[in-house]
Design a protein around this ligand. Structure first.
Ligand SMILES: Cc1ncc(COP(=O)(O)O)c(C=O)c1O
Length: 405
């Protein structure tokens, strides 16, 4: 490999959410009143979805070159260089084309969701989404005072499927205004097939709903799995919003820049008018994102190969040590969604259990994944293999001690 994914990088003193923000995010305890059996420096951080890997040199070099220019004044995207790089990436990698006028920017997909859900639903509308769910689909709805309709996915022996019958019913609710759709899905790691996407599209069109397709995880996938953007399936449907960014897949979420493709001109105008940043972007983010799309592919391919191997390791470990845990390697994301419900006592609060007994910070259960997540734990595998090996051994020890297997 050209890039070193085994390197352990200490993120102390970098204001990293993963390292400093876990008490507040996972345990709602910003003041650190809750005590743990492990010291801070002993924890292994398998929680929030960013990577422990160094960014591609191509990205870092582009940012350094922009810094070397010496002036970092107000900026946004004026030239065609950035939109061209993003459009070429989409066309080459997923056969997806879009009109450049649809391209809007946001500091992140989270702020875009907060804005869009409010714009679309108004005070009386409801958002439909699959559960278990990325927590911010709920937070964006709650923030806007919108109702929610949960379309529970169906779990069977380590795999997750959509419940289309239930989805039809939820989307036909007269107050439903938008489907927030995660493709690939966080936390289950499902990459949706063309058939599944077509059925979703039919339901959305039949009920005249908006669809926000959150595709932030689109380039992290197992060998041989293709990403199919919703925009390829519903080519002309005007109520589609597609959210993409190089942030997640290239480990630069801190740069805070994302692409929001809004087809409907009216919704686009509302979205832009509400932009609290008046359309400005961080010049270093533009440089980094452009470099990712222009010259980050080799790093991305190697990162995916490394994560493939991490998955194989975790799968073999779980199969050997915990045959009752039915884990299947997902199609996409670097997030293993593991059902420890079979080996932990009923009602175990998994976030607390793994922090206190294994010194491993994970996210799991309904508290963080909204609904339909009881007993499930999300393990972030975008980290050096040696850290994963230590974490898995600690998880094994903790479960054995707690359950006397
Ligand atoms: C499905 C999904 N959407 C959005 C985000 C966050 O997006 P951003 O960092 O662009 O706000 C995440 C981060 O984990 C995610 O998993």
């Amino acid at each position: 490999m050209r890039y070193d994914f085994d390197q352990i990088i200490d993120r102390s003193d970098t204001n990293a959410l993963k390292k400093e923000g876990w008490r507040e995010y996972i345990f709602k305890d910003p003041e650190g009143k809750k005590t743990f059996r492990f010291r801070d420096e002993e924890f292994i951080h398998m929680w929030v979805a960013d990577m422990e890997f160094r960014c591609a040199d191509e990205i870092l070099d582009a940012i350094k070159a922009r810094v070397d220019h010496g002036i970092l004044g107000y900026s946004t995207v004026y030239s065609n260089a950035y939109p061209d790089a993003f459009a070429a990436w989409c066309e080459r990698r997923y056969g997806f084309t879009f009109n450049k006028e649809e391209l809007c920017y946001s500091p992140g997909i989270i702020p875009a969701l907060f804005q869009l859900v409010g714009d679309i639903c108004g005070p009386d509308g409801k958002a439909v989404f699959q559960t278990p769910s990325y927590g911010f689909f709920k937070h964006a709805s709650t923030y806007n005072g919108c109702g929610m309709l949960f379309n529970k996915m169906i779990y069977s022996h380590g795999t997750w499927e959509l419940d289309f019958e239930d989805l039809e019913a939820k989307c036909a609710d007269p107050s439903a205004k938008v489907l927030i759709f995660c493709n690939p899905q966080n936390p289950t790691g499902r990459a949706w097939t063309a058939d599944e996407l077509t059925r979703i599209a039919e339901i959305v069109e039949k009920n005249d709903l908006y669809i926000i397709s959150d595709e932030i995880h689109c380039d992290i996938r197992r060998a041989g799995v293709q990403h199919i953007p919703m925009g390829v399936i519903i080519k002309d449907y005007p109520k589609l919003v597609t959210c993409m960014s190089a942030s997640k897949c290239f480990n630069m979420a801190g740069l805070q820049m994302s692409n929001i493709l809004i087809r409907d001109p009216e919704l686009r105008a509302t979205f832009k008018a509400a932009d609290k940043l008046a359309g400005f972007l961080n010049p270093l983010s533009i440089a980094g994102m452009q470099a990712a799309y222009e010259s980050g592919e080799e790093w991305l391919n190697e990162m995916n190969q490394y994560v493939d191997e991490n998955y194989r390791y975790v799968k073999a470990f779980l199969d050997e040590r915990f045959p009752a845990v039915e884990f299947q390697i997902p199609d996409a994301t670097y997030l293993a969604w593991v059902n420890f419900g079979a080996v932990l006592p009923a009602g175990t609060e998994v976030n607390d259990f793994f922090a206190n007994n294994a010194g491993v910070l994970i996210e799991g259960g309904d508290i963080l994944f909204v609904d339909n997540a009881e007993g499930f734990v999300r393990l972030n595998l975008a980290m050096p293999r040696s850290s994963i090996m230590t974490a898995m051994q600690r998880i094994d020890d903790a479960i054995r001690q707690a359950t006397e297997i």
